[in-house]
Design a protein. Structure first.
Length: 340
């Protein structure tokens, strides 16, 4: 009956059996027979026909909207079925990797065959819970990950900036001149721009521009000197509570003499942490990537000279959840680290 309903709706739209038949690729007799079958099934006459015109009967007018609703529902059913038939990867990611996650979704949507990537912004704790429950297929998270996960496609983000409140003495260049906010340069970092083909001695990709010109950093004074650890004695330093031994946060905590204030189990949301900086709650070590992407009038970013420190991120998934689509996503991450 679906074919008959479709024929009825098209004749009602065109008020011509011949034009409706041409629209649907049918012969005129086949179109007429389909409408006649529907009229018999419904026990009503849908059209008044004569040699000059075709008109809807009152019953036809009353049933037309119902016919359109049936066709709309069938179209929605077919569209949803087609979507569900395509592979879907649920990707959890921290805000820091948002541009990278979006790039991965675009890349796989244009692949052949396409893979649908549904994005879920989640901090480390939420991402781990989503992987364990099956709500997420794969996650981008800080490394090391729990031992039950497989990880790959690792990359590094330089932790070499310090967020301070606007007007803080550490934001002042020599001579006490007010800090100048330069025009931000291009974003060469991995998630938001095109990185150079750099790598660490282990062969893992590293976010380029570990030592960019200071004038390219939003909120940083172009002539301000870098802040050294000894200058932070007596200051409150905002850090995550979770600092894996040997990781960048643990090394940084050892090198900074200030009072360490844990503000979260894991530091995934730098936007919220910068609110604390602006409120005067403390100073926040941040990746260079954050300084380049989050511009604020109430926070300044100054170079932090505490040695080479890098946060390591990677893609993580459960050992027994490997699928061809998941491997395609891992490859897309690797490709995205090197290309636009």
């Amino acid at each position: 009956m679906l074919r008959e309903i479709r024929c009825f709706a098209r004749v009602a739209e065109r008020l011509s059996f011949s034009r409706a038949a041409a629209d649907l690729g049918l012969s005129q007799p086949a179109m007429s027979q389909a409408v006649t079958r529907l009229e018999k099934a419904l026990a009503v006459r849908l059209f008044e026909r004569n040699a000059r015109e075709v008109r809807l009967t009152p019953a036809g007018k009353g049933l037309l909207e119902h016919a359109r609703q049936v066709l709309d529902s069938v179209h929605a059913l077919e569209s949803e079925a087609a979507r569900l038939a395509r592979p879907i990867i649920h990707l959890a990611y921290p805000s820091l990797a948002g541009p990278l996650a979006a790039r991965i979704a675009r890349r796989l949507a244009n692949a052949h065959p396409p893979v649908v990537v549904e994005l879920h912004n989640a901090g480390r704790g939420a991402a781990i819970a989503a992987l364990d429950s099956g709500e997420a297929s794969v996650a981008i998270m800080a490394i090391p990950a729990p031992a039950r996960f497989v990880t790959g496609a690792r990359f590094h983000v330089a932790l070499d900036r310090l967020a301070v409140p606007a007007g803080d003495r550490l934001a002042q260049p020599s001579g006490g001149r007010p800090p100048r906010v330069p025009v931000a340069g291009g974003h060469p970092s991995m998630p938001g721009g095109r990185p150079a083909r750099t790598s660490t001695p282990s062969g893992r990709p590293s976010v380029p521009g570990l030592r960019p010109p200071r004038s390219s950093l939003p909120g940083a004074d172009p002539v301000a000197e870098g802040v050294r650890p000894e200058q932070l004695a007596g200051r409150d330093i905002l850090l995550p509570r979770n600092r894996p031994p040997g990781g960048a946060w643990a090394k940084l905590a050892e090198r900074l003499p200030g009072r360490h204030r844990a503000i979260a189990e894991d530091l995934d949301d730098f936007t919220g942490a910068l609110d604390l900086v602006a409120a005067g709650a403390g100073l926040l070590p941040i990746p260079q990537l954050v300084a380049r992407t989050l511009r604020r009038d109430d926070v300044h970013y100054v170079p932090l000279e505490a040695g080479e420190l890098r946060l390591t991120y990677g893609v993580a998934w459960l050992r027994d959840q490997v699928t061809p689509d998941l491997l395609a996503l891992v490859k897309a991450v690797q490709d995205s680290l090197w290309t636009r």
